[in-house]
Design a protein around this ligand. Structure first.
Ligand code: NAI
Length: 254
């Protein structure tokens, strides 16, 4: 079902992993996609995959934690695509360690990418989204989807910086929904559980087993599990949903 036909989506961290799967899922629903990652050349494979689905796609090199780069990127995307309807704040990093030994740099860099990056892109798209008009003149608005994490809800030893950033993303999501709702700009978060990806491949086997023991559905999630939730939040099927956190975690927490 091409429920996003003609819409433009920006996806950050879309060169690989969950971001790439989200970009492909939105494109398969008909959306044109601005593929953003740290380096434009890293976006080439995703762009080619999206073009093969018959939509317009273009890669952009942007560091989500740098205000000027984010503002310039959104301006260029709007010039290239004619507007922005869907924003997916997916770029994220981890720098794990016990908080007693965590350096200022490891705290700052994770907060800068995961939380400040989400704020910067949300701020940059909010005005253009508020001005979006449907053909009949009504507020078309837009949909902002932030990728949080199960550990942003429950906490996790060894991830003080990461859990704080994702908890912050959840609070930012609720505030954004309150500020922009009157202009039909919705904002929701998806909180993935344990997803098979480059971020989790590096974990030791005993840690993976400990996670598996907590998952009622007895499997790790796939990037596609997350992408499908994002697709639903991006389109009109979720038109009355805003300020929510959708947990996609195999039942890990209620
Ligand atoms: P990944 O490491 O495979 O991909 C992250 C992408 O973000 C990379 O392409 C990277 O280049 C890009 N990126 C990093 N810093 C950036 C910056 N400053 N500016 C622009 N792009 C930047 O990670 P994965 O697993 O695909 O995660 C995607 C999102 O999902 C992240 O926000 C992560 O925190 C979240 N998540 C992942 C889970 C998992 O189990 N993999 C679980 C819960 C949440």
């Amino acid at each position: 079902m091409e429920n996003l036909k003609g819409k433009t989506a920006i996806v950050t961290g879309a060169a690989r992993g969950i971001g790439r799967a989200i970009a492909e899922e939105l494109a398969s629903a008909g959306a044109n996609v601005a593929v953003c990652d740290l380096k434009e050349e890293w976006c080439a494979e995703t762009v080619a995959a999206l073009e093969a689905l018959g939509v317009k796609a273009k890669g952009y090199g942007v560091n989500v934690s740098v205000s000027q780069e984010v503002d310039a990127c959104v301006k260029t995307v709007i010039a290239d695509f004619g507007g922005v309807d869907v924003m997916v704040n997916n770029a994220g990093i981890t720098k794990d360690g016990l908080l007693m030994r965590m350096s200022d740099e490891d705290w700052d860099s994770v907060l800068d990418v995961n939380l400040k990056g989400t704020f910067l892109f949300t701020r940059a798209v909010s005005r253009p989204m508020m001005k979006n008009k449907a053909p009949d003149g009504s507020q078309a608005g837009g949909s902002i989807i932030n990728i949080a994490s199960v550990v942003g809800i429950m906490g996790n030893a060894g991830q003080a910086n990461y859990t704080a950033s994702k908890g912050g993303v959840i609070a930012l999501t609720k505030t954004t929904a309150k500020e922009l709702g009157s202009r039909n700009v919705r904002c929701n978060a998806v909180a993935p559980g344990f997803i098979q990806s480059k971020m989790t491949d590096v974990l030791p086997d005993d840690v993976k087993k400990a996670y598996m023991d907590t998952i009622p559905l007895k499997r790790f999630g796939t990037v596609s599990d997350i992408a499908k939730a994002v697709r639903w939040l991006a389109g009109d099927d979720s038109a009355y949903v805003t300020g929510q956190v959708i947990s996609v975690n195999g039942g890990m927490i209620g």
